[in-house]
Design a protein around this ligand. Structure first.
Ligand code: 13P
Ligand code: SF4
Length: 321
């Protein structure tokens, strides 16, 4: 996570005329609106550059929960803006592209979740933050990829668990905690697309490289990895290890941060298809327009917000790991 406010002359000189003008406009609007710009690590480089904070899903929720800004612009996908809106009901929460959704979040229908819960009386529902507010409202506690192991470990051992929507993250958490769980049939199409064969090829090509993957990857991909982390965890790990080269099994947007923070290390994407199109829907023009018009705004209906907030806040109360 980092702070990047105030575009210097040096940064401006490195951009094309129109991009520099846009950056300046965004900077002025941000001050005028008393806004904070939060961006996920999968966002395009120009958005990560201009953001006040860049982080993983957990860090973005934590930032939203503690910011004093009047306007919060979330550069990410819809559930991230919705989480910010839940945590800051008295602020204006904006997303520069309303259609930037998460296909995995769409894999759970609240009605089907309700019907499934009826068949599992007494079970607790652990809900990955990549889900709609309506689904969070039907759940007992949220988790992110950074804290899923600790969230599950915190739950009473005698309770049956249903983990939604990411079966891959669920399998990984089960392998780390030894806790048996039922999984929803959901997955991230981007991470699920990465095959074990592709990772094996990358390992043959770069035998000295450490393999770092996101827990949204398939179990057989995780089995080939040296380490499994959230996006922020991958970035932190590179800073702590003496290894010089890495095969990265997560969305390509992270390469911008890795190359920026560790320019002397080598990073190889495990597959060229690790690209989330939803994460790439936001650009500088849409960000400028959002700050100008204070729209599109993300609002959560009161009846959903109360229960969804309970799940989110139970997670945040467990703290950082
Ligand atoms: P995090 O590492 O932020 O949990 O990212 C997962 C993801 O896919 C966000 O959409
Ligand atoms: Fe959803 Fe996967 Fe894109 Fe993240 S990378 S927003 S989980 S589709």
């Amino acid at each position: 996570m980092e702070r990047m406010r105030g575009m210097t002359q040096e940064v401006l000189l490195g951009r094309s005329g129109s991009e520099a003008a846009l950056v300046q406009e965004i900077d002025e609007l941000r001050k005028e609106r008393k806004a904070v710009i939060l961006a996920h690590y999968y966002q395009p480089p120009e958005i990560q550059q201009i953001a006040d904070f860049v982080g993983d899903s957990l860090q973005l929720a934590q930032q939203a929960a503690q910011t004093a800004a009047e306007v919060i612009v979330v550069c990410g996908v819809h559930f991230m803006a919705e989480s910010a809106a839940l945590l800051c009901p008295d602020r204006v929460v904006l997303i520069p592209e309303l259609n930037a959704g998460c296909p995995m979040a769409d894999m759970v229908e609240p009605a089907l979740l309700r019907a499934t819960k009826e068949k599992m009386p007494g079970a607790l529902v652990v809900c990955y933050i990549n889900s709609s507010a309506a689904v969070k409202a039907e759940s007992d506690i949220c988790c992110t990829s950074a804290n899923a192991v600790q969230v599950v470990a915190s739950l009473p051992p005698e309770k049956p668990l249903l983990f939604i929507p990411d079966k891959n993250l669920g399998h990984w958490v089960q392998s780390k905690t030894g806790r048996k769980m039922l999984f929803w049939e959901g997955y991230c199409p981007v991470h699920h697309d990465l095959s074990a064969a592709e990772v094996r090829i990358a390992k043959e090509q770069y035998p000295k490289a450490k393999v770092l993957v996101h827990p949204e990857c398939r179990p057989e991909v995780i089995a080939l990895a040296d380490e499994v982390f959230s996006t922020a965890g991958i970035i932190r790990y590179v800073g702590k290890t003496s290894a010089q080269s890495f095969i990265i099994g997560t969305e390509e947007g992270i390469l911008y941060q890795l190359n920026k923070q560790y320019p002397e290390r080598k990073f190889y994407l495990a597959s060229p298809v690790l690209r989330c199109h939803n994460m790439k829907m936001i650009d500088l023009i849409k960000l400028r327009n959002t700050l100008q018009t204070l729209s599109p705004r993300v609002l959560v209906p009161e009846n959903i917000a109360v229960a969804a907030n309970r799940s989110l806040n139970r997670m945040l109360a467990l703290g950082s790991f």
